[in-house]
Design a protein around this ligand. Structure first.
Ligand code: ACM
Ligand code: ZN
Length: 562
C-alpha cells in the first residue's frame, strides 16, 4: 500500500463522518468521495450519495446578472477543459428534474458578499452566494470536491466525475486576504502573474499586492515620465550569491523589464475576473534609486545615480525638500489611479535612511518652514502630503509600519511587518491594519535547513509556523481588534529568479496563509491541516505547481539547486 492509499485509508477510518453510506452501497471507490478542502470551510456537513457530473450536466444561473454569468462561464470553461464535455450555461429558475444541473444563484440573505452555501447530492448541486463573489468562492470549493484531475488542462478519460454529497456553509474570517509579489528585484512576466493570481483565487486569497518599484528596477510604464521605462527598468548587472556575504561578485548581464500600461490593464482585468483586487505599490521616499537613476534631480545630491545591482537598503532617496519630487509623484500617481481601480494605493514608506536629508539644504529648509522637529517628522510630512493628494482622487493609502514614525497620516492603513507591535499601535490609534510580520509571513525565508535549500535571504519559516499565526493580537480590545482588516504574506525576490523557484517558495506556505486568512480561529487545527495538505498536494500537482514537497524534502539528502 503506498502512502497515498494509506492516507486515504486513514481518513476513511479516523474520520468516518466524511463518508457517504449510500455511496458505499453503490460501490463507488471510497477514495473518490473524500471531502478535503483548503482553506477549511466554516461548516461541512456530509450527506447521502453524490452528484455525478456528466456530459448532459447543465450549468444554470438564477438571473442574468453579468457577474453571475461570468462565474458560470468560468465554471463551464473549467469543467469542460478537463472532462471534455461541452457544458452549457443557461438561465432558468429552479425546476423539476434538475438532477443533472449545477445551479448558481445569489441570495443577499446568505450573510456577506463573500459567503456561500454549497449543497450537493443525487438531487443536484447548488451554490448560493451572498453575491456573485460568494458564488465564485463556492465554485473554488466545488473544484476541490471533484477529483484532482479536474485541474487538467486537457481532457482526461475517467469513468466518474463525482462530487460527494455535502452541505457546506462558508464565509471568510477576514475581508483582506493578501499575497504580495516583489517584481522589482526580479521581474516576472504577465503569464507568470496570471498563474500566481489563478492559484490565489483557488485558495480564496483576494488581494494581490504588486510591489512595482524598487532600487533595482522600476517596473511600470508611466507615460509622463518615459525614462522610467527606458532607464529605471534596467540594471547593468546583478549580484551573484548572498548580499551580506563578501566577496561580492556580479554576473555582468544587463537585466530588467517593465509592464506596459496595456499589460497592467490586462492583469487588473484578469484579477477582477477572479475577484482579486490589485493593490499597486509605488515606493517612497526610500527604495527609489532606480527612479533617481532616470531623474537624478529628484535626489538630494542630484546624482548621478545608477539602478542598484545588489541587495540592501540604500541612502539615495527622494528629496523631501524639492517641490519637483511631489510634482513627479503626483504625475505618477495620476496614471496609477487610472490603471488600478482598487481603493488603496500602497506608498511604501519602509527602510528610508535619513542620511541625505540630514545634509540637504532643501530638506532642512522644509523642516524649518514646516516646524518639523526631526527627520521622522519630515518623513511623516512627505507621506501626509501624498495621502492628501490621493484622497482628492478617492484613494486611501497603505504603508509599511515605519509610517507610524513621526506621526501617522490621518487616514492611513498600516502594514505591520517588523513584528506585530506596529499593528497594535496603529489599531490603538484607530487606524486599520494588515498583519504581515516577518516572523510568520515572509515567504522569502528558508523553509528547511539552509544547507539543503536554494539560496534565500535567511530566517526560518516552515509551514507549521505560517499556520500558527494569529492575526488579532490578544492585547487589543474588541473595538481595536475590528481594525485588523486581515493578513498577508510577502514574497521578496532578491534570491528568486525563476517562476519555478517562485512557486517553490510560495507553495505550500500560501495554503497556510489562506487558512489563517479565511478560516475562523476555532476551526483551525494544525494536525487536521497537515492531513488535508497531504491530499491537497495532488491538486497542486495537477495545477502544475512546483511546490515544496514536504514529504520529498524530508527524505532528500544534499543541496537543492534551482
Ligand atoms: C519590508 O520588508 N521592507 C517591508
Ligand atoms: Zn533633500
Amino acid at each position: 500500500m503506498n502512502r497515498k492509499h494509506l492516507l486515504v485509508k486513514l481518513l476513511l477510518t479516523s474520520l468516518p463522518v466524511l463518508l457517504l453510506p449510500a455511496a458505499c452501497r453503490e460501490k463507488v471507490p471510497e477514495s473518490e468521495l473524500v471531502i478535503n478542502i483548503v482553506p477549511q470551510p466554516a461548516v461541512v456537513a456530509p450527506q447521502e450519495g453524490y452528484f455525478r457530473l456528466g456530459k448532459n450536466t447543465a450549468i444554470a444561473i438564477g438571473s442574468e446578472e453579468p457577474k453571475l454569468r461570468e462565474v458560470a462561464d468560468y465554471l463551464a470553461g473549467h469543467l469542460s477543459r478537463a472532462t471534455g464535455y461541452d457544458l452549457k450555461v443557461r438561465e432558468e429558475t429552479r425546476e423539476k428534474g434538475a438532477k443533472s444541473t449545477i445551479f448558481l444563484s445569489v441570495d443577499p440573505r446568505i450573510g456577506g458578499e463573500e459567503a456561500y452555501v454549497l449543497q450537493s447530492g443525487p438531487g443536484g448541486l447548488t451554490i448560493t452566494g451572498g453575491s456573485p463573489k460568494g458564488v465564485f468562492y463556492g465554485v473554488q470549493t466545488l473544484r476541490q470536491l471533484l477529483p484532482a484531475d479536474i485541474e487538467s488542462p486537457v481532457p482526461v478519460e475517467r469513468k466518474n466525475w463525482l462530487v460527494p454529497g455535502v452541505r457546506i456553509e462558508d464565509a471568510p474570517r477576514f475581508s483582506y486576504r493578501g499575497l504580495h509579489l516583489d517584481v522589482g528585484r526580479h521581474f516576472f512576466p504577465v503569464p507568470v502573474i496570471k498563474k500566481y493570481l489563478d492559484l490565489m483565487a483557488y485558495h480564496k486569497i483576494n488581494t494581490f499586492h504588486w510591489h512595482l518599484t524598487e532600487d533595482q528596477g522600476w517596473r511600470i510604464e508611466i507615460r509622463k515620465f518615459p525614462k522610467l521605462a527606458e532607464v529605471a527598468a534596467f540594471r547593468n548587472e546583478t549580484l551573484v550569491g548572498h548580499g551580506a556575504r563578501p566577496p561580492f561578485e556580479y554576473d555582468g548581464q544587463r537585466y530588467g523589464g517593465f509592464y506596459t500600461q496595456d499589460e497592467v490593464r490586462e492583469v487588473v482585468a484578469y484579477a477582477a475576473s477572479l475577484n482579486i483586487d490589485v493593490m499597486p505599490e509605488i515606493e517612497m521616499p526610500g527604495h527609489a534609486q532606480a527612479a533617481l537613476a532616470a531623474y537624478p534631480e529628484l535626489g538630494c545630491t542630484g546624482g548621478p545615480y545608477e539602478v542598484v545591482t545588489r541587495w540592501g537598503v540604500f541612502d539615495e532617496v527622494f528629496c523631501a525638500g524639492n517641490e519637483e519630487v511631489f510634482a513627479f509623484l503626483e504625475g505618477v500617481l495620476d496614471e496609477v489611479v487610472e490603471l488600478f481601480p482598487y481603493k488603496y494605493v500602497h506608498i511604501g514608506g519602509d527602510e528610508c535612511p535619513k542620511t541625505r536629508w540630514e545634509k540637504c539644504p532643501k530638506c532642512q529648509a522644509r523642516k524649518r518652514q514646516e516646524g518639523l522637529k526631526d527627520e521622522h517628522e519630515l518623513q511623516s510630512y512627505f507621506i501626509q502630503r501624498v495621502e492628501k493628494y490621493l484622497l482628492t482622487k478617492n484613494r486611501s493609502i497603505i504603508g509599511w509600519d515605519e509610517i507610524l514614525e513621526g506621526g501617522l497620516a490621518p487616514q492611513a492603513t498600516v502594514m505591520s511587518w517588523r513584528g506585530i507591535s506596529g499593528g497594535i499601535e496603529a489599531a490603538r490609534q484607530r487606524h486599520d491594519v494588515v498583519m504581515t510580520p516577518t516572523t510568520h509571513m515572509y515567504l522569502d525565508y528558508y523553509q528547511f535547513d539552509p544547507d539543503t535549500e536554494p539560496l534565500a535571504i535567511g530566517g526560518f519559516l516552515n509551514l507549521e509556523k505560517v499556520y500558527s499565526f494569529e492575526p488579532v493580537p490578544a492585547e487589543l480590545n474588541e473595538e481595536e481588534a475590528r481594525h485588523i482588516l486581515g493578513v498577508q504574506a510577502n514574497v521578496w525576490t532578491e534570491y528568486i529568479k525563476t517562476p519555478e523557484h517562485l512557486e517553490y517558495m510560495v507553495y505550500p506556505r500560501a495554503c497556510a496563509l489562506a487558512e489563517v486568512a479565511w478560516t475562523t480561529a476555532g476551526q483551525r487545527n494544525w494536525d487536521d491541516f497537515k492531513l488535508r495538505m497531504m491530499l491537497h498536494y495532488d491538486r497542486l500537482r495537477a495545477l502544475g505547481v512546483n511546490f515544496c514537497d514536504l514529504e520529498e524534502r524530508s527524505m532528500r539528502m544534499g543541496p537543492r539547486t534551482m
